[in-house]
Design a protein around this ligand. Structure first.
Ligand code: ZN
Length: 196
């Protein structure tokens, strides 16, 4: 795994790791970790979202105008999905606009896909030579997440804008990662108590 991405795959589902491909500490979603094509390729190799043979295909996209049009679509899908999931995680109904956007992306991906199977498990995949395989694969991953049983366990970190599936028992997990957010939030509230 690429060093810069160690500790960033905490979502528990590849689609959540995709939506979490951002750095912030206050839900501003200010810093993309897949902002340019090189970053996106590094991230894609470290993430568990694209089939191995597809990753090499990213190197064949050589025109900068193609990079930016793919990334524009990827970023838009990520941010609209973030808003939709953020509403769901906080128990609210997502906006119709966000839901409709994600639905349209999934429908397009399925219509571009083929239903394959391995060990009886069926899965949509987009042919490697399809021009929209990047965005389509991401949309299909989101589709598998939101229809899964585990989606009921969706939580958003109490500090940053990362999601995770709270699959543990007990009181429930509040932070994406104790080291990244939990400890900092605790020391912040300690400082706040000292001040008052
Ligand atoms: Zn966090």
């Amino acid at each position: 795994m690429e060093d810069v991405y160690i500790g960033t795959f905490v979502g528990g589902h590849p689609a959540l790791d995709f939506v979490n491909s951002i750095s912030d500490s206050n839900k501003s979603r200010e810093k993309s970790r897949i902002g340019d094509w090189d970053q996106f390729k590094l991230w894609a190799r470290a993430a568990n979202i694209f089939p191995e043979e597809y990753l090499k295909q990213l190197d064949t996209v050589t025109r900068p105008s193609n990079h930016s049009s793919i990334l524009d679509g990827v970023h838009q899908l990520r941010e609209v999905t973030y808003r939709m999931l953020s509403s769901i995680a906080s128990g609210e109904t997502p906006s119709k606009e966000h839901q409709a956007f994600v639905e349209a992306q999934i429908k397009t991906a399925i219509s571009n896909g083929v239903l394959g199977h391995r060990d009886r498990l069926h899965q949509w995949t987009i042919a490697i030579d399809h021009p929209d395989w990047v965005i389509g694969t991401l949309a299909l991953s989101i589709e598998s997440l939101i229809r899964s049983q585990d989606f009921r366990k969706l939580r958003e970190c109490g500090r940053c804008s990362w999601f995770f599936l709270d699959t543990g028992r007990g009181r429930g997990r509040k932070w994406c990662d104790m080291r990244k957010c939990g400890n900092r939030s605790k020391s912040q509230s300690f400082r706040d108590r000292q001040k008052s």
